[in-house]
Design a protein around this ligand. Structure first.
Ligand SMILES: NC(=O)c1ccc[n+]([C@@H]2O[C@H](COP(=O)([O-])OP(=O)(O)OC[C@H]3O[C@@H](n4cnc5c(N)ncnc54)[C@H](OP(=O)(O)O)[C@@H]3O)[C@@H](O)[C@H]2O)c1
Length: 321
């Protein structure tokens, strides 16, 4: 089968398409025929070797979000069969491949109303959005949430979750297409984060009261200003950051506000069960509809990595083996 392999850490050019042996399931595992693999920013940091002791052993196949069909079932797996449609929350052998091995716990049923390309855009973005909004910020219906960077994978997921429970959503994007996308997804207020003075637009949209929750995709750029946009006891969840930030601590004191970080891989088993249940219900009801912005062939993995870091976002980029 074909798979993307990384033999040394580096730029997108280290992602190479190769022929590798087909995987066989170990006990407690399944093999999935991958129909689509989601590209996450995290895949690019890992490819660059920026995780120190947590870097994968070389060579490896990137990717954790896959969707496809069960092709083989290992001993001890009784509740999944060949032909079942599934998506993953991680794999053993990597998602950027024609086939992937995954443990039973990493495999979830893909509802019939969700395409494979959408299925590849579920776990990392939606689980991160759910954890940030509900398990960490404890957002409640009626509150105001600023999704600061709403046009990408996590942002669109957060927008859909927030809308589904009755939060008032202020969504930002950095391109006209991105603004259209978040408007179509039902944001109550849409703001361009590349327009000078846009913070005032956000404050004005709350009649000066501020927002209760911020989901922040680029904290190194925005954290200092986020604190000035908060209402009393507001909460900022840092989802993404690519450098250091400067804040004015008094902005937190005067609002009794808090800042927290999210780490998807830090969820406990009960929290993961809760996330799985919320994803399943939202997908089946249609409240959650992953947005596929681009489908590229597997061999275009280097281009996909360049695009997810270098250009404006429009939903998810997925690779099709
Ligand atoms: N902590 C965790 O566990 C976890 C899990 C998943 C993801 N993440 C991180 O979260 C971030 C977002 O992930 P993603 O999958 O949504 O990436 P993505 O699909 O590439 O989207 C990136 C988003 O950031 C926005 N953005 C760009 N410049 C911005 C600015 N100056 N201010 C506010 N937003 C800006 C983009 O908007 P435009 O392109 O429209 O400008 C887009 O909406 C990444 O850094 C990722 O590594 C963390």
């Amino acid at each position: 089968m074909q798979a993307i392999r990384v033999h040394r850490f580096g730029g997108p050019e280290v992602l190479t398409l190769e022929d590798v042996p087909d995987p066989s399931p170990q006990p407690g595992e399944v093999v999935i025929g991958v129909r689509a693999a989601g590209v996450n920013p995290y895949d690019t940091y890992m490819r660059a070797g920026s995780y120190g002791a947590r870097n994968p052993a070389l060579p490896y196949t990137p990717g954790s979000d896959a969707a496809g069909v069960v092709e083989a079932v290992g001993a001890g797996v009784a509740d999944l069969g060949v032909g079942d449609r599934v998506f993953t929350s991680g794999t053993v052998t990597g998602a950027y491949a024609a086939k992937a091995r995954a443990t039973r716990e990493q495999v979830h049923r893909l509802p019939d109303n969700v395409t494979f390309a959408q299925g590849a855009g579920i776990y990392v973005p939606y689980a991160t959005a759910y954890r940030s909004l509900f398990q960490l910020a404890r957002a409640r219906p009626g509150e105001r949430v600023l999704v600061h960077g709403a046009s990408g994978g996590v942002g669109t997921a957060a927008l859909q979750f927030a809308r589904a429970v009755g939060l008032r959503v202020i969504a930002t994007a950095g391109s006209e297409e991105g603004l259209d996308l978040v408007r179509r997804e039902g944001a109550d207020v849409v703001v361009n984060h590349r327009t000078p003075g846009y913070h005032q637009q956000i404050l004005d949209s709350t009649q000066g009261e501020g927002v209760d929750v911020v989901l922040e995709m680029l904290a190194n750029v925005n954290l200092g200003q986020d604190l000035k946009l908060l209402a009393t006891r507001g909460r900022v969840v840092i989802v993404g950051s690519r450098g250091d930030a400067t804040i004015t601590p008094r902005d937190l004191m005067t609002r009794e506000a808090s800042v927290m970080g999210v780490l998807l891989w830090g969820v406990s088993r009960p929290e993961a069960t809760e996330i799985g249940a919320a994803l399943g219900a939202g997908l089946r009801s249609g409240a959650l509809r992953p947005i596929v912005g681009a489908e590229l062939p597997l061999r275009a993995a280097p281009e996909a990595h360049e695009r997810i870091i270098g250009s404006t976002a429009l939903g998810k980029i997925v690779l099709v083996p």
